[in-house]
Unconditional design. Sequence first.
Length: 367
Amino acid sequence: MTDVGNKWSLFGLDLTRSGKWVALGCHQLMYERGAWLLQRFDPSIRVTRGGEVILYRADAPLGEGVAPDEQTLLSAVALSADAVLLKTLHLPASTEEDLNDAMLLEVGLSSPFPDTDTRAAWRVVGRHENVIEVALAITSQAAIDDLLAEPCDSLDAGAPIPEVWAFDHQGIPISFAGYGGSERRSAYLRRLVHASGLVASVWLSCVVAITLLASATALRADRLDATFQQVRSDAAAAAIQRESLQLGRTRLSAIERAISERPNYQYWLNHIAASAPDTVYLDRLNFDGHEVTVNGYSNNAAVYLRMLTEEPGYTDVTALSAFARDRNNGLERFSIQWRVTAPPTPPQLSDVDSEAIEESSEAEVGS
C-alpha cells in the first residue's frame, strides 16, 4: 500500500522544513564562527595544544592586550595532527539543513577505523555564494582516551571535563561532541540571558517613561480639544455662510463662462445653410461645442470640402471618411468635420454672411 503524507507548502516552499530553517538560523546567529554574539559573550577557555596553553574565545586565540575571564575553569585539549584525519568538503549551501546526515554518511565512507571506535566532528569554516566549506575531523576513541589520560597542569581541582578539540589546516578549532562543552555553552547562554534582561529592563523603563509622558500629554490634549470644539462650533456658522457665497460665485462664474463660450448657433446654422451650393444636400448636422459635423450628399464632395476650407470662420476642416458615390441617387456621400470660430466682424462679412445675418434678423423680427 502506498504511503500518503500531507505536505504543507507556500509559494513552492516546503513548510514541513521550516523548523530546520529556524534552527539553522538560530545556530548561525549564536554559534557561527565570527558571529557578533559569540565574540561578545562567549567565555574564554584554556586550550592545551602540544604542551602549550593558549587562551581562546569565540574559537579564536585571544590577542595581546585582551583581558581573559578571571579564573576560568573551562579547558580543552587538542589532538595532535597525527591522530586526526582531516578532510575539507565543498557542498551546496542547500545541504546545510541536513548537514549532520550528510556528514555521517561521509564519515562512514572515509573513516579508517572500526565503526565502534570512530569519533568524528565537523563544522562549517567558509561560505562562497552557493557553496559551503566544511572541515571534517575523524579520530579513534582510543586516541581520545589516551589524550584525556595524560596529566594536564592547566586542569584545576573541581574543573569540568575538558573538551576535545582538533584543528584544521587553517587553525580553526573543531570540537568533538560528548566531551565537555556543555558548561561553556551554559555559561554563554547565561551571559546572553543576563544581557537580554538588561536590555529588557532598559526597554521597559523607556516604555514606562513614554507612557507617563503620553498620559500627561493626553490630559493636556483633552483640554485643548474642548477649546477647539468651542472654536469649531463658533466658526461653523461663518463657514456655512462662506460656502454659500462661494457656491453663488461659482454658479455665476459658470453661467458667465457658458454664455461667453457658447457659439452663435443661429448665425452658424444660417451661414452653413446659405453657403451650401444647390448641389449639396445636408442629411445631418451636429454641433458639439465649437465642432461641427455634417453628413450629406453632393455631386462633387471635393469641391464642397475645398469651399469649406476657404471660409474664414472655419478651421481644422477634415473629411471623416472617404467620399463614396451612392448607388441609389448617384451622388457622393460625405462626412465632414470642422471647428467654428467667432462670427466675423461686419467689414469681413461676405455676401453669404450678409444674407445669413439678414435672414437671422428677419427671423428674430418675425418671432
